[in-house]
Write a protein that binds this ligand. Structure first.
Ligand code: HEC
Length: 144
């Protein structure tokens, strides 16, 4: 018991020393998003053959991966690597709206993927792509 308590305390004490998430963590999380978004894009553009099952797997995974980066935006977390713009924190309602639209688009794509209707899937994919672009245009700055 004493040992467990000590270990718990040590972990607590160590916490503030752990770096808060910043550019590197967010970029890693967004790259995980790409791992599913890109193969879907290749199918949608008919550069890879469309496979319903594989597309659904990517759409399912995207739904989860899309949430992850947005747990990594604590205040004042623009560091040397980050492309995040200060507007993320100075205009939180606008950023939240972009995020909400993005989640809705990703969820809709996951639903429509199950139909196997490629024309509908293409439209839904384009809505997600537009959502990525819209947020990047407003909230992602140049590479440092
Ligand atoms: C609501 C806003 C928002 C949405 C939606 C969004 N991103 Fe981003 N994305 C960002 C921000 C902000 C960064 C920069 C993070 C940092 O560097 O701190 C970023 C970074 C990235 C990166 C890291 C590499 C780089 O050049 O910065 C990739 C890859 C990326 N996004 C891809 C995507 C894709 C693909 C989508 C859509 C499927 C998407 N993002 C949707 C805001 C968004």
């Amino acid at each position: 018991m004493k040992l467990i308590l000590t270990a718990g305390l040590a972990a607590l004490v160590a916490m503030p020393a752990m770096a808060a998430p910043g550019g590197a963590e967010r970029q890693h999380a967004f790259k995980q998003v790409l791992l599913d978004f890109e193969p879907m894009g290749l199918m949608v553009r008919e550069r890879d053959p469309y496979k319903k099952g594989a597309f659904i797997q990517h759409a399912d995974a995207l739904k989860l991966a899309a949430r992850q980066p947005f747990t990594l935006f604590p205040p004042n977390s623009i560091d040397g690597k980050s492309r995040a713009k200060p507007e993320i924190w100075s205009q939180p309602a606008r950023f939240a709206a972009e995020k909400t639209r993005f989640f809705a688009a990703v969820d809709a794509l996951d639903t429509v993927a199950r139909s196997g209707d490629l024309a509908a899937i293409k439209k839904s994919y384009a809505v997600v792509a537009q959502s990525c672009k819209s947020c990047h245009d407003s909230f992602r700055g140049p590479e440092r």
